[in-house]
Design a protein. Structure first.
Length: 207
């Protein structure tokens, strides 16, 4: 991965309080994954969230997704159908979406909770959710929703697409510029590739 802005990825350190995330994000995320029993704010970037879900499922973890009916899970079960079976989706939780996320957090490894519109929880409204988080072992990813003093913040934007050109082909890879910031640790930024990136042409020396 190429570091951006002079910031370098954090070394991976085994930690029981971290939900390990493999793949290209492994060296970028502080501690090598997402903080358990805590909230991580994540930008509304579907590709990044799907990558988090896939990597946790590949490692044998169970994932819940609350309030994201348009999220595509197509690529998660490509390598192994069992990966998709590890994902519990609640696309339309209604007005009790916070409660649903809290219940799932007590028994799963990763819970993704997305609100349709930006929502800032006050300390009072966040308290029941955080209490349920502490009872379980899950990492909670909040998209469009914020809580006071999150454990980590992940921001990403798509910088390039691979596989298409001049109106032909299909997207088979994307480049994401990702920034991770966790309390007590130096922020890390990098550009990662999800899927397949084009091979660089070989240099031919003519004599």
């Amino acid at each position: 991965m190429a570091a951006l802005g002079g910031e370098v990825p954090q070394p991976v350190v085994e930690d029981a309080d971290v939900l390990a995330v493999g793949g290209p994000l492994a060296q970028l995320l502080p501690g090598g994954g997402l903080p358990r029993r805590a909230v991580t704010h994540v930008s509304d970037t579907a590709a990044l969230v799907v990558e988090l879900i896939e990597q946790v499922a590949i490692a044998g973890g169970y994932v819940g997704v609350v309030g994201w009916p348009a999220l595509s899970y197509a690529g998660i079960g490509t390598a192994n159908a069992d990966n998709l079976e590890r994902v519990i989706a609640v696309p339309e939780p209604g007005i009790e979406d916070i409660a649903v996320a809290g219940v799932l957090a007590e028994g799963l490894d990763l819970v993704v909770w997305r609100t349709r519109v930006p929502l800032a929880l006050t300390p009072v409204r966040a308290r029941p959710l955080l209490a349920r988080l502490r009872k379980g072992n899950a990492a909670l990813v909040a998209v469009n929703a914020t809580v006071p003093s999150p454990a980590m913040t992940l921001e990403a934007r798509i910088t390039d697409f691979y596989g298409i050109g001049r109106g032909t082909g299909r997207i088979n890879g994307i480049a994401l510029a990702v920034r991770a910031e966790r309390k007590g640790m130096r922020p890390a930024s990098a550009t990662i590739t999800l899927g397949t990136a084009p091979q660089r042409p070989k240099l031919t020396v003519v004599t």
